[in-house]
Design a protein around this ligand. Sequence first.
Ligand code: HEC
Ligand code: HEC
Length: 163
Amino acid sequence: MKRTANQWIHGGPIATALLLLVLAGHVRVAGADDDRFTASNEKWRAECGSCHVAYPPQLLAEESWQKLMSGLDKHFGTDASLDAVAAVEIGAFLTENAARGKRAWRAGSALRITETAWFRKEHRKVSAATWKNSKVKSPANCSACHTGAERGDYSEHSVSVPR
Ligand code: HEC
Ligand code: HEC
C-alpha cells in the first residue's frame, strides 16, 4: 500500500493508538558508548536495512527523520514506501531515538547523514581517492569502512578503510 505524509501524521485513531503503544514500550538505552548505537527495532532493521545498512536513529535530528518518513515514495531516487502500520512504528522509533543535544545541533536539518557537519568533521581525513574507491562507492555505504556498522558500532576501533 502506498503511504503518504498524511497517513503518517494523521494516521487516524488506530495509528494513534499504535503510536502510543510503541512510545510506551520504548526503552531508552542509557550510558552506551557515544559511537555504539544499540537502540533497535525489528521492523526498522528489516525495512530500513534492506537496501543499505539500517542507519542509527541517533545520527539525524528528529525533524529530519520526520521529513524523511513523509517522503518515502521519493527516497533519494527510489521508492521505499511502507504500509501505514510499519511507517508509524518505525517513525516513532526513529524520532524517539533521534540525535539530541550537540549532535542534533551539528546534524542540522540535513536529510543525509553524509551531509551533516559532524559527518564532514569526523571524515575530514578520508581522501577523495578513498571515497571513489570501487569498494566504497558512496559515503552512505558505511559498512565499507565501519566493520561493525550492522550492529550499530561506529567507534574508531572498528574502522578499516579499504585500499
Ligand atoms: C528500496 C531501497 C531502500 C529502502 C527500503 C530504504 N532506503 Fe534509504 N536509501 C536508499 C538509497 C538508494 C539511498 C541513497 C544512497 C546513496 O546515496 O548512496 C538511501 C539513502 C538513505 C539515507 C541518506 C544516507 C546518506 O547519504 O547519509 C537515509 C538517512 C536513509 N536512506 C534512511 C532510510 C530509512 C529510515 C529507511 C526505512 C524507512 C530506508 N532508508 C529504506 C534506498 C532505500
Ligand atoms: C571510506 C570509509 C568510511 C565510510 C564509507 C564511512 N566512514 Fe565513518 N569514519 C571513517 C574514518 C576513517 C573515521 C575516523 C576514525 C578515527 O577517528 O580514527 C570515521 C569516523 C566515524 C565516526 C566517529 C567515530 C569515533 O568514535 O570517533 C562516526 C560516528 C562515523 N564515522 C559514522 C559513519 C556513518 C554513519 C557512515 C555512513 C553513513 C560512515 N561513517 C561512512 C571512515 C568511513
